[in-house]
Ligand binder design. Sequence first.
Ligand code: ADP
Ligand code: ASP
Ligand code: MG
Length: 478
Amino acid sequence: MDVKFIYNFNLGDFVVTVMKFGGTSVGDGKRIRNVAKIAINKKKEDKDVVVVTSAMTQITNSLVEISKQALDVRDIAKINNFMEEIKEKHENAIVDAIKDDKIRDDVRKIIQSSIDELEKVLIGVAYLGELTPKSKDYILSFGERLSAPILSGAIRDLGNDSLFLTGGEAGIITDDNYGCARPLKLEVKQRITPLLNENIIPVITGFIGGTEKGEITTFGRGGSDYSAALVGAGLEADMVEIWTDVSGILTSDPRIVENVRRIPKMSYIEAMELAYFGAKVLHPRTVEPLMEKNIPLRIKNTFEPENEGTLITNDQELSDNVIKAISTIKDVFLINIFGAGMVGVSGTAARIFSALGRANANVILITQGSSETNISIVIYGDGIEAENCMKELKNEFKNSHLIKDISLDGDVCVVSAVGAGMKGSRGIAGELFKAVAESGANIKMIAQGSSEVNISFVIGEDELEKCLKTLHKTFIEK
Ligand code: ADP
Ligand code: ASP
Ligand code: MG
């Protein structure tokens, strides 16, 4: 693709909205056309619009699956079948999203060339028997690299000029930490402003950044929200909107609790804590770049555009409920480390964390008992990650008398109650734990973040559903 960069940018007169659409929002051709209309309608309100899109629903999952199979099974026929399926899905989307034959053909060419490229990479993985983090990111990036040209084509088909760009082309420059890249600098303003000047609606692939050398990186699963925040921060946009399949941030996970409600307003800190502690609707890194620049964030429902959704700003507006929402993370394990030898011995915690660092552990919660004889740590991940952590910890302390026992509990989950009203609200922890006990759950660990807008605790996974429902009834439906 040929993008001309003209460096006479001036954003002074623009009112820019960044609109990010998730996987279900662009789940098929009709939905893609609907999303194109939503973007154009926003532009008609005299706003400049920059679109960030996810891959079509399930495509990233299927890319994860096929890259594993290419590595493990090395069955070329499987790769060929997969290529046929992915081609058919995107061809159907082109036909339903775009009416004009010429635009259809233009988009088809782009899609075909990406599909050929993907096939070569997968066959390469199968022959080499090697899947590096770099090649995995490259493979996963195809989801968004296939959806973005179709959405951009649909916008053109509906009468507004549009251009699609990868995250790297849009100026999101990252380090080479594949799978969880960090932005190094944002050249978004330089790259996008000339397009806005020409009334073009840019469609940027979510989830993807690019290194200085032009290598593709990703921000981790669900990372398109974060891409939208980076584009918004880079452009100093007036608003970032995350368009998804629910009507905003809800009081709990609607897949577990029935009577959830929409939360009309939240502060950045509350949204950040909720996202960090498992509310899938928002990628945990999304809020930070926006909070830094005080850019408001709105969560909207693609299938109910008139609903106001949730507005997230700097305002610490208190609601009637002290606890505004309850979230949960299921893919975690708990490690307990015991030993009287830890009392007064400096450096033990440092050794624990360097061992966990070697295992690449993503630590979520830590507590140390007041007697200093035990440390509990909750880590994100599954059986393989748990095994790695245990191996490193046992190695670190194998000939030491400091640690008596290291135990692992994999069947646990974290529950977090979030609300700015909890700050300084006396007795709330007591009421919360009373309700947890009433639900029959047994608390294995408790932690309160320093922001004081969140109390988190760990219970058994089989106790989760009842506990969440009880807490929701007691504190939100009351
Ligand atoms: P997208 O594909 O649009 O990025 P996601 O599936 O990543 O959408 O996130 C939206 C989903 O998050 C919802 O369908 C809902 O099931 C789930 N979810 C979990 N907790 C919450 C919550 N507190 N509020 C809203 N949605 C939530
Ligand atoms: N497509 C990516 C994923 O499924 C990123 C995203 O949708 O946010 O994880
Ligand atoms: Mg998401």
